[in-house]
Design a protein around this ligand. Structure first.
Ligand code: BDR
Ligand code: CA
Length: 316
């Protein structure tokens, strides 16, 4: 039986790949998508989720929108050009969605799905943790019902927005702090592992004869690669969200270490830092696992298979 999966996301170019990876993998069944503000505003991330599902002929997957504003502070700017373009989807040519959200209260939507699932749900968050923090605040009874909880976020070592903070946690540190303290045992797929895998544009060449699917995904990955090449001097990307999704689909695909994690919310230099306390110095107990390594070649084979399955109906 496939694992029921809820995706909380801010699409986002690498979010799009991650969602497609899940939809193309028979090991999981995507039972709901929740949208959050992050890579772009909530209106755009919700529109993108709906447009993507329609492109993939999966408008049957229910989408609920959640929070735009961070949990306890105002939105802040990274100071970088927008990584995912102004609309979050590199302005690719995708029609306006015909479908709409089933709810504008995604914390309640997720809690209902968790409560009503016959099998424990895997919850995967690949954007800021705002919606998840509100869910655990309002519906703490669902916390022990969650099967696994995976996030793309944080970094034990080096950040990407600041020297120590990763974007999803940096965007809403208070939410991340609430989530790490919630009793949800978090698998933190952070930059330690996502920066270890390089995905080259050639990875998407096979899509060329796959009609609208190929056109949209290749345009997205070209934009994302152009952005990366300005910073890294190489035509490659890090597929942060698809890597976290891989751990949700194939538990144990990464080397994980059980540990204690908290989030800095006040530091002048360290705001948004995920502090990994391998010795649990305050005796709070192990609240998470940190992901350290993955076999990048194996990840790419799995990614190709899943996207290939989804793209098949578009083949010309
Ligand atoms: C994370 O930030 C976003 O830009 C990506 O979608 C990913 O979730 C990487 O730091
Ligand atoms: Ca994301």
């Amino acid at each position: 039986m496939p694992i029921p999966l809820i995706i909380d996301t801010d699409p986002g170019l690498d979010d799009a790949i991650a969602i497609a990876l899940a939809l193309g993998s028979p090991e999981v069944e995507v039972i709901g998508i929740s949208t959050v503000g992050g890579n772009t505003n909530l209106e755009n991330t919700t529109r993108n989720a709906l447009r993507l599902l329609e492109l993939l002929d999966r408008a049957d997957v229910p989408v609920a929108s959640g929070h735009d504003e961070p949990y306890a502070r105002a939105k802040q700017e990274t100071g970088n050009p927008p990584v995912h373009g102004l609309d979050g989807f590199a302005s690719v040519d995708l029609p306006e969605p015909k479908t709409s959200v089933v709810s504008t209260d995604s914390p309640a939507f997720m809690a209902d799905l968790i409560r009503n699932s016959a099998q424990p749900v895997t919850l995967v968050a690949i954007g800021p943790l705002t919606n998840i923090a509100h869910m655990v605040d309002r519906f703490p009874e669902v916390v022990p019902m969650v099967g696994r909880f995976i996030i793309m976020g944080g970094a034990a070592k080096t950040g990407n927005v600041t020297p120590v903070a990763e974007f999803n946690v940096w965007h809403d540190p208070e939410a991340a702090k609430v989530v790490f303290a919630s009793g949800l045992k978090t698998v933190m797929v952070g930059l330690d592992v996502t920066h270890s895998v390089k995905t080259y544009e050639t990875e998407f060449e096979w899509m060329a004869n796959h009609g609208k699917f190929g056109e949209v995904f290749q345009q997205m990955m070209k934009y994302y690669t152009d952005f990366y090449s300005q910073f890294y001097g190489e035509r490659m990307t890090h597929q942060h969200d698809a890597l976290a999704m891989a751990e949700a689909i194939w538990p144990g695909i990464m080397m994980l270490e059980e540990t204690t994690i908290d989030v800095e919310t006040r530091g002048e230099l360290t705001d948004g830092m995920t502090v990994v306390d391998d010795r649990d110095r305050k005796g709070r107990g192990r609240n998470s696992w940190v992901a350290w390594t993955i076999d990048g070649d194996d990840f790419h084979v799995r990614l190709r298979n899943a996207l290939g399955a989804l793209a098949e109906p578009f083949r010309s």
